[in-house]
Write a protein that binds this ligand. Structure first.
Ligand code: F3S
Length: 652
């Protein structure tokens, strides 16, 4: 920390002259002499109190003459006119009294710069002129100045108030209070230049004031705390405060060191000090000394803390014991008198409890408060990022959750680290909907990392491809003849259907699709159909699998023979007529022949005389040729059976 004291801080020439004069009077006075100042000698309560202790009393204007007349040889009186000066009538009256009474002394400490204004006003004003004083109308200096005017007077603290006055374009004489703010005086001049054609300006701002304000202006731009020392009644002190505060909000006005706020001092790196013209040097020194002590103690504390913190710096990973858990913070004892604070939400859902040791990342260290801001999330992120970096090198497969779809891909959260998966690496087909991935857990490999920026690019597709490859290898390893699958028809050719068995295709020959003779596989299956197939044979090297679909259980001849026997009567459907008989379907894919001689009891000229295609008739199975898989049917046999039954009944 640095303290910069304004070169111009403290007593101005006029104030120093007045104070030194009074101090000399005190030192040299005969015991009976009473010393008075007309008003407080300067606007500084410390100096005024000091003078009072030395026997210097303060007189107001209304009691001045009463005291002056009490001056006698036994009790002489000295009246000191302060640097601000006083009203002309008072000065004249006092001078006259002093001339007439040797026991009354009047010591005029009016500052020569103020005196100069009195002279200007006395010389330049006329009964028809208007004296305008840019300054505070109630200030003793301004009241004194206007008392020297011969005509109309007006004192305006700010140009806004000038707007309210009427000057009737008279001869205007414009002067400034010695401590007026420069900016205000400039505005005042501008106003009267435009307003009065006969305005006469006298720049009477004291050079000490000008320098002091300029320095305060400059200094307040260079520091981060500006301390203005001076009495609050002092107009030049208030002017300094206003000038500095315009540049720096962190500007304070204090009367002495006791008003210093240590926290403000500790919080600053460069401190500027200036002081009003009536601020004694010892008060400035005291303030500076107090500041140095605060700074020293702060720096000691900081170095002590630094010592105790040893290796504790932002970015460190530390271990500590949880001492309390509230809804907002988790406190961690890091030993060395430092408390670590983790935002409670970072541990939400975790099992940590008071007394547990926890590892955390140091995000901030406050030397002043002895606390360190910690983050658990950051440490998790560090650990997860480390995993990502290692996986990029080793090719290890990581698992993450897809959190969102962004432009060009998706984001995958691997623990506390988010990695980018380009659309082409998501495994979603081009023009597919990546939104379907959101919320799902996916495996990925890390394709690329940017360590400096903590960014990584991952691929889900590589894992899917790898997994598929492994599954296919396993498929071939475990494939057996006779193994059944439920697959999906992927494509059809004239000679069969290709079926996806789960990443590997097999072929069902057209003859294996159905027990009936097919011209094209499309007669029984379509692309996309689910088909139960079994492995007839395979060549693992050539990656060929021959599949079968039709089975003995679905063989129509087997179904027929297991259902019917010779002598049974079946309901059959006439499917074809020939000159020698009619073919009729007994079960799907198994037809039987009803010879023309078996169509009816009497002789039939043509089968169509008795049956038509599509007729469903009862017929008796009169013969089964297992070898040729042929069935003979008879309608006539049914009639003969009835007759035999009838004859039997008659015989009974
Ligand atoms: Fe005189 Fe200027 Fe000081 S007018 S009293 S030197 S501020």
């Amino acid at each position: 920390m640095t303290i910069k004291v304004a070169r111009t801080a403290g007593f101005c020439f006029g104030v120093r002259r007045a104070v030194e004069t009074v101090e000399k009077l005190i030192t040299e006075k005969e015991p009976a002499r009473r010393i008075y100042t007309l008003g407080k000698l300067i606007h500084n309560p410390h100096v005024v109190a000091k003078l009072e202790n030395a026997g210097v009393a303060v007189l107001e204007e209304d009691t001045l003459l009463e005291v002056a007349v009490t001056a006698t040889e036994q009790s002489p009186v000295t009246i000191v006119i302060r640097a601000h000066g006083t009203l002309r009538p008072i000065m004249e009256r006092l001078s006259a009294m002093a001339a007439a009474n040797p026991s009354l002394a009047v010591v005029d400490c009016t500052c020569p710069f103020v005196k100069k204004i009195h002279n200007i006003v006395e010389k330049e004003t006329t009964p028809d002129s208007v004296l305008v004083v840019s300054g505070n109308p109630t200030h003793p200096e301004v009241r004194g100045i206007v008392s020297y005017a011969k005509g109309q007077t007006v004192a305006i603290p700010s140009i806004e108030e000038a707007n309210l006055c009427s000057f009737n374009n008279k001869n205007c004489l414009i002067v400034a209070q010695t401590t007026q703010k420069l900016a205000e005086w400039n505005k005042c001049q501008l106003f009267f230049k435009n307003y009065c054609t006969n305005a006469k300006f006298f720049d009477t701002i004291c050079i000490a004031t000008e320098n002091r304000q300029s320095e305060a202006d400059q200094l307040s731009k260079e520091v981060d705390l500006m301390v203005v020392i001076g009495g609050r009644e002092s107009s030049n002190t208030r002017a300094l405060y206003t000038v500095a505060r315009r540049n720096l909000a962190n500007t304070v006005l204090i009367e002495d060191a006791s008003e210093l706020d240590p926290d403000l001092v500790r919080g600053a790196q460069i401190i500027g000090i200036t002081a009003g013209a009536s601020t004694p040097g010892d008060i400035i020194e005291e303030v500076e000394k107090t500041m140095s002590e605060i700074i020293e103690s702060t720096e000691n504390f900081a170095s002590m803390l630094e010592g105790s913190l040893k290796t504790l710096n932002t970015g460190d990973i530390v271990k500590g014991v949880i001492t309390s858990i509230s809804s907002t913070e988790v406190h961690v004892d890091l030993s060395a008198n430092v408390t670590g604070i983790i935002p409670a939400e970072e541990l939400a859902g975790s099992d940590f409890k008071v007394g547990d040791e926890i590892e955390a990342f140091v995000v901030r260290v406050s030397d002043i408060e002895g606390v360190a801001g910690l983050s658990r999330k950051r440490i998790e992120r560090i650990g997860d990022w480390k995993k990502v970096v290692e996986a990029a090198e080793s090719g290890e497969i990581l698992e993450g959750k897809v959190t969102e779809v962004i432009k060009g891909g998706v984001m995958l959260a691997i623990g506390a680290v988010k990695v980018f998966v380009p659309a082409s690496q998501t495994g979603v087909p081009k023009d597919g909907d990546m939104k379907a991935l959101v919320g799902t857990t996916q495996k990925c490999t890390i394709m690329e990392i940017s360590e400096g920026r903590n960014r990584a690019v991952a691929s889900i597709k590589t894992v899917l491809r790898k997994e598929r490859k492994e599954a296919i290898a396993k498929f071939w390893e475990t494939l057996e003849v006779g193994q059944t699958f439920t697959g999906t028809v992927k494509s059809l050719t004239s000679y069969g259907a290709f079926v996806d068995l789960g990443g590997v295709d097999g072929m069902v020959h057209i003859t294996e699709l159905s027990w009936s003779r097919l011209k094209n596989p499309a007669e029984v299956v379509s692309v996309g159909d689910t088909l139960t197939v079994f492995v007839k044979s395979f060549d693992a090297e050539k990656k060929r699998i021959s599949l079968g679909h039709k089975t003995e259980a679905t063989n129509p001849w087997n179904i027929f023979t297991s259902t019917y026997a010779v002598g049974d009567v079946a309901s059959v459907k006439v499917v074809n007529l020939t000159p020698f008989g009619a073919f009729a379907e007994i079960v799907p894919e198994v037809d039987g022949l009803i010879h023309i001689s078996q169509l009816a009891e009497k002789r039939v000229g043509a089968p169509s005389d008795v049956v038509s295609v599509g007729d469903v008739v009862d017929a008796k199975i009169i013969g089964i040729d297992e070898e040729k898989q042929k069935v003979s049917l008879s309608i006539r046999a049914l009639t003969e059976d009835v007759e035999v039954e009838d004859e039997a009944e008659d015989a009974e």
